[in-house]
Write a protein that binds this ligand. Structure first.
Ligand SMILES: C[S@@+](CC[C@H](N)C(=O)[O-])C[C@H]1O[C@@H](n2cnc3c(N)ncnc32)[C@H](O)[C@@H]1O
Length: 266
């Protein structure tokens, strides 16, 4: 009976993983790396300070979930931590390997549906960090809950978890009619926002990139699911982590409704 349930559950996660959306394909991954590095620059010092205050020693292992192109990983490495980054986008992982070769990066899509220690599961670490509301990219609340449990279970005794999370308040404050655009010499990004249903915050993103005198256009549609803080804290508690809610990792200022959860495994 147990084996059947285990198999059925794995099959469900496998099907879920296969139907997940693909985000940050090559041009958008590159634009994120060159044009939006300020987010990691602002959050990095606060995360490093939190880890040090939490008792992490130099060379402690830090897992960066949804690491993108390695912008935060570089700061964590500079602070002396042994960094492992994981991300669903192979374009992001390619950039990260080039940008911060001292860290180890792998393509991995959450939720894995695996148990700690299984081949392909999140590796046990002294700290698990995640920035850029990575969990909100998952397709359903059940997937977010599962992924958060997996991240919590990867935290070793005495370790820490520090993540940001997009809540409904983030979207309530947003003027959806405002288009975000950035124009640079060799790239342009235009983002339109919408709320197609409750708890959804979507972005239609168009990128133009110039290479060897030719402009190339690519489009991505990002679906974000908001998630409730109390529910997140309950999930962390159920997995042995006591979480506190903050408005930022450190001295940086984050948009309203983008909250930070810092949790310790005692
Ligand atoms: C806004 S970016 C943040 C990147 C990086 N953490 C930063 O702060 O610059 C969100 C990241 O989440 C990754 N992501 C989205 N869905 C994912 C999933 N199911 N599993 C793992 N990573 C995912 C994306 O590929 C992307 O790199």
């Amino acid at each position: 009976m147990f084996a059947y349930w285990d198999l059925a559950q794995r099959t469900t996660w496998y099907v879920a993983a296969m139907s997940s959306h693909s985000y940050y394909n090559s041009d958008l991954a590159w634009v994120h790396h060159v044009g939006y590095s300020h987010h990691a620059e602002w959050t990095g010092p606060g995360i490093v300070a939190l880890l040090r205050e939490g008792g992490l020693q130099p060379s402690a292992s830090v897992l960066d979930v949804g690491c993108g192109s390695g912008l935060l990983a570089r700061q964590l490495r500079a602070a002396g931590f042994a960094v492992r980054g994981m991300d669903a986008s192979s374009a992001m992982i390619e950039l990260a390997r080039e940008y911060e070769p001292g860290a180890k990066f792998d393509v991995l899509r959450l939720p894995t549906g695996l148990h700690p220690g299984d081949d392909g599961a999140l590796p046990e670490s002294d700290a698990v960090v995640s920035t850029g509301h990575v969990l909100n990219y998952l397709d359903t609340r059940a997937h977010i809950a599962q992924a958060l449990s997996e991240m919590a279970r990867a935290v070793r005794p005495g370790g820490l978890l520090a993540i940001d999370l997009m809540t409904e308040a983030f979207c309530d404050r947003r003027d959806l009619s405002q288009v975000h655009a950035k124009v640079q010499e060799d790239w342009v990004i235009v983002t339109r926002f919408s709320r197609p249903e409750p708890y959804r915050f979507d972005r239609a993103i168009t990128v133009f990139r110039s290479e060897s005198g030719t402009w190339r256009r690519s489009d991505e549609y990002h679906r974000n699911m908001t998630f409730d803080v109390d529910e997140a804290r309950r999930i962390l508690r159920d997995n042995g982590l006591d979480a506190s809610l903050r408005t930022s990792f450190g001295a940086e200022s984050l948009p309203d409704g983008l909250v930070v959860l810092v949790a310790a495994r005692t």
